[in-house]
Ligand binder design. Structure first.
Ligand code: MG
Ligand code: NI
Length: 475
């Protein structure tokens, strides 16, 4: 008799999704599906709106990553203006984007994932959360809060408000940086740097406790996609698309924004609102690829800042060719935090950073604009088409969680086959299934444009669709 287990919704991820595990007659997992069940349709909703409204409208797609949408949207608008963006404006946008990456990575590592890492995947779910971390390791919890605050303050001080800062606009940014804000951020850097390094050291020391999870948490060959700079360095704001394969060999490189659709296809499945992007030359679903911190470190030749480059050398030792275990998203995330802090300092020391020339003004000069940048979770594409009046004719958004869709389902299947025993179901087994998803750090708000969290529901069905067991848990 075959059965189904549903995990609905997942806890400690951003947004709402559901996992279904299908069990064979022997009680072992035969298939796994990751469903995104809500849809709000920003792509349709913006049609007919003036294009210059897009950055502030698109930032409202997600309360978790508004800055990522601001950046990609403004870059798409820049292409519609077809003007040169002032150097200082680019640097200031980079600064805000990196602030977002640091705060988001701190949120994932400390608030969402460290309960599993510190307390154990099988520990009591009642205390397997940030409060449990606070009780056992108050120093670690405090570091998490402080580091996240640092990233948030960069965003807040630049944009004047933390959520949906409409400071990034078509053509640049709306106001220059003041010396006071520059100095305030610079003063906060030493503490952030210390936290980043001691967290990295703690994580590396703990890695040996998770040898089995490393082996089975989404550990499989796939392609990887990310932006790289002109010298192959890590790049979050600009750059060109690069795909590498599981051996680390480049399979596509130097792809310009305008050509993204020649390498990325989007498949649709009837059971999910989230599309399934794939590498077009390989086809669907074999063209599975991953984005985000793990992918970015796999595609770049070097990082480009000294402290993070030293960490990259250790990261590379985790695999031959590309690093394949999705458990190492955590490692990569911490390397990016170190990089982010170095970059923030570097940008603030740019001699032109206080320049007041931060915006290029123009009307629409092109009918299509494609903005691509790296969000904390991975590559983000905003593709806009306008009419002669500058009104939106169409928008196509491809978000990080979409790129990772195929790989997340594959990761769930692998971890579920290893840990879930349908004949003797234990909470810790399902927590590991959730934990592999947390490693990818999906943003379901972005994928679905739906906000809010719901309690987690795990349901067990028999072959006749009869519910035989149910577990409820509050987020
Ligand atoms: Mg789309
Ligand atoms: Ni989001």
């Amino acid at each position: 008799m075959s059965r189904t287990i549903t995990i609905d919704p997942l806890t400690r991820i951003e947004g709402h999704a559901r996992i279904t595990l299908h069990l064979g007659p022997d009680g072992q997992v035969s298939d796994a599906l990751f469903h995104v069940t809500q849809f709000r349709g920003f792509e349709k909703f913006v049609e007919g709106r003036p294009f210059h409204e897009m950055p502030s409208i698109m930032a409202r797609i997600c309360g978790i990553c508004p800055v990522s949408h601001l950046v990609a949207s403004a870059k798409a608008c820049d292409e519609l203006l077809a003007v040169r963006i002032p150097h200082t404006a680019i640097q200031l946008r980079r600064l805000m984007n990196i602030g977002q990456i640091v705060q988001s990575h701190a949120l994932n590592f400390f608030h969402l994932s460290s309960p599993d890492l510190l307390l154990g995947f099988d520990s009591d779910p009642a205390t397997r959360n940030i409060f449990g971390v606070l009780a056992k390791r108050p120093d670690l919890a405090r570091d998490g809060i402080r580091l996240r605050q640092f990233g948030q303050q960069v965003i807040e001080w630049l944009g004047k408000e933390r959520i949906h800062p409409a400071w990034i606009v078509a053509g640049g940014v709306s106001s220059p940086l003041t010396a006071a804000v520059r100095d305030r951020i610079l003063a906060a850097i030493p503490e952030a740097r210390q936290i980043a390094h001691r967290t990295m050291d703690w994580f590396k020391r703990s890695l040996e406790n998770y040898r089995e999870e490393t082996r089975t948490f989404g550990n499989f060959p796939s392609l990887f996609l990310g932006l790289v700079g002109p010298d192959g360095e890590l790049e979050h704001y600009d750059g060109r698309l690069r795909f590498v394969d599981a051996t680390g060999e480049k399979v596509a490189d130097g792809i310009e924004n305008a050509d993204y659709a020649s390498v990325i296809g989007e498949a649709v499945e009837p059971w999910s609102y989230l599309k399934f992007p794939y590498y077009k030359p390989t086809g669907y679903p074999e063209g599975m690829y991953r984005v985000g911190p793990l992918a970015r470190l796999n595609v770049c030749d070097r990082i480009g800042t000294p402290e993070a480059d030293a960490e990259l050398a250790e990261f590379r030792e985790l695999g031959r060719g590309a690093v394949l275990s999705s458990f190492h998203y955590h490692f990569a995330r911490l390397v990016e935090v170190i990089y982010g802090i170095e970059m923030i300092e570097q940008i603030l020391n740019d001699p032109e950073i206080l320049s007041t020339h931060v915006r290029a003004e123009a009307g629409p000069n092109a009918r299509r604009g494609i903005g691509i940048s790296e969000a904390p979770r991975g590559l983000l594409i905003h593709d806009y088409t306008i009419d002669e009046q500058g009104l939106m004719r169409g928008a196509n958004l491809i978000i990080a969680t979409g790129h990772n869709n195929l790989a997340m389902s594959r990761g769930i299947l692998q971890v579920a086959r290893r840990y879930v025993d349908g004949n003797n179901l234990k909470e810790g087994m399902l927590n590991r299934v959730e934990a592999v998803i947390r490693a990818f750090d999906p943003c379901l708000s972005c994928s679905t444009h739906a906000a809010g969290k719901m309690p987690m529901r795990i349901e067990l069905f028999d072959a006749d669709g009869r519910k035989v067991n149910e577990v409820m848990r509050q987020p």
